[in-house]
Design a protein around this ligand. Structure first.
Ligand code: AMP
Length: 437
């Protein structure tokens, strides 16, 4: 599934291209068609899933199309409410990026800073306003803006909004926007208090859920081989002799590496295709189609290219190279075990990757069981006492701190050290299944 297939208009596609978003994330391909049809949505998803684009893209598109039919003056047509200034700024930045080739103006207002610049931005006329509740009400009371033309309303991180005591403010604000409107309500959790607020705000909403990745990870059977770097391909070939490996997503660190794996598998008579940034859209789609229809068993991908791959019954994920960012390990292995299906994740670790393994194990709070009985198995130095127990369990679930880092961290968000940078108050999870109410 591509953004084009979601019927996104050209100027937005162009903007997405500059962001190097090649494939929609699960929440995006679930939500965008619903929102383009003008339906309300109740999304249970956290930041880090690509949620912002899931609502920003259809809003931009809908406003753009409306503007072509009516030459109305600029009024606030969209209000996005966010609990914190950081989130508000982030959402605003996203609107600017996705809408950069459109004649749509977005601005952001939040408390704790002078209102002067914010008010002058409002005076110039805006189509989309991103706001925290306190400053918004303040400026409304001062007569600096009105919400009477708002026909797209987004409530982001509703549970945090309530935790922070904004419920009365939110209700006041909702009462000021048009009753004839499209409402998008997002919350990481949906306890009763949130559901009753959602019921007040939404009309016949479609429900979209994204399952926390950690819950899935518990269902995945993980194992690791310690192996010489140059023997990895032979090990992969050996594993692929087993018919149990029905559909295998192999992760390579680099595009070049992915091509090489495909080429070497081919030499062993194993049909595989690579998916990465240097492949054309049609080559990627073709590879994916072959994989989905089980004409090939193996797809080799880099992390970025693999993000939007949605294959329901992926039996195995193979980490040919360990990821450099520990959170990516969870994203990768979470690709199997979709829709509640428990899959297998097999990793290869050579001596040069021992430190990466340490970081991953620390992050997932368990030792990945080591398979020691392969002819390719070797001993590695500087690895904590790994057990080969098949039942190695996580000591605990990742704590909130680690959870906050599991995001669709975009290329830009990684520093040279490979650690994600601007992950402010993000929460986790990528993998999804949907349930529509
Ligand atoms: P969000 O959940 O909206 O905060 O998004 C989390 C991160 O994922 C941000 O850094 C986005 O730039 C990135 N992102 C969103 N959609 C995509 C996509 N389709 N492909 C790659 N990265 C994405």
């Amino acid at each position: 599934m591509t953004f084009k297939e979601l019927n996104i208009i050209e100027p937005i596609l162009k903007a997405l291209k500059t962001k190097e978003y090649s494939i929609p994330t699960p929440i995006q391909y679930e939500s965008i068609p619903i929102l383009l049809q003008g339906k309300d949505i109740l999304g249970s998803a956290q930041t880090g899933t690509g949620k912002t684009a899931a609502f920003a893209i259809p809003i931009l598109q809908n406003i753009h199309l409306e503007k072509q039919h009516q030459s109305s003056k600029r009024t606030i047509k969209t209000l996005v409410l966010a609990p914190t200034r950081e989130l508000a700024i982030q959402i605003h930045d996203n609107f600017l990026e996705y809408g950069r080739f459109l004649d749509i103006r977005t601005t952001v207002i939040y408390g704790g800073v002078s209102q002067v610049k914010q008010v002058s931005n409002l005076k110039r006329g805006v189509d989309i306003l991103v706001a925290t509740p306190g400053r918004l009400l303040d400026l409304i009371q001062q007569g600096k803006l009105t919400l009477s033309n708002v026909s797209y309303l987004v409530l982001d991180e509703a549970d945090r909004m309530l935790d922070m005591g904004f419920v009365r403010d939110v209700k006041k604000i909702v009462a000021m926007v048009k009753t004839e409107r499209q409402t998008m309500f997002f919350s990481a959790t949906l306890p009763n208090t949130i559901m009753s607020l959602a019921n007040e705000m939404l009309t016949d909403p479609v429900r979209v859920m994204v399952t926390p990745e950690e819950e899935m990870v518990d269902k995945i059977r993980q194992s690791i081989y310690f192996v010489e770097k140059k023997k990895k391909i032979k090990l992969l070939v050996e594993l692929l002799q087993s018919k149990d490996l029905k559909s295998v997503l192999v992760f390579s660190r680099t595009k070049h590496g992915a091509n090489k794996i495909v080429q070497q598998l081919d030499e062993f008579g194993i049909g595989a295709r690579a998916i990465h940034g240097n492949k054309s859209q049609s080559a990627r789609q073709k590879a994916l189609a072959l994989f989905k229809t089980r004409k090939i068993r193996v797809l080799v991908a880099t992390d970025i290219a693999a993000r939007g791959i949605d294959v329901d019954e992926l039996s195995h994920v193979v980490n040919f190279d360990l990821p450099e960012v520990p959170e990516t390990y969870i994203h990768r292995i979470g690709r199997t075990g979709r829709a509640g299906l428990g899959g297998y994740a097999i990793s290869f670790c050579s001596q040069d990757q021992a430190d990466l393994l340490k970081d991953i194990q620390k992050h997932i709070q368990m030792n990945i069981p080591v398979i020691k009985d392969s002819v390719f198995s070797i001993e590695l130095k500087n690895i904590p006492n790994n057990s080969n127990s098949k039942n190695a369990k996580r000591k605990n679930k990742p704590n909130n701190k680690s959870k906050q880092k599991h995001t669709y961290s975009h290329k830009k968000s990684k520093s040279k050290s490979g650690k994600p940078k601007n992950l402010s108050n993000k929460d986790s999870n990528n993998n999804s299944y949907k349930s529509k109410a």
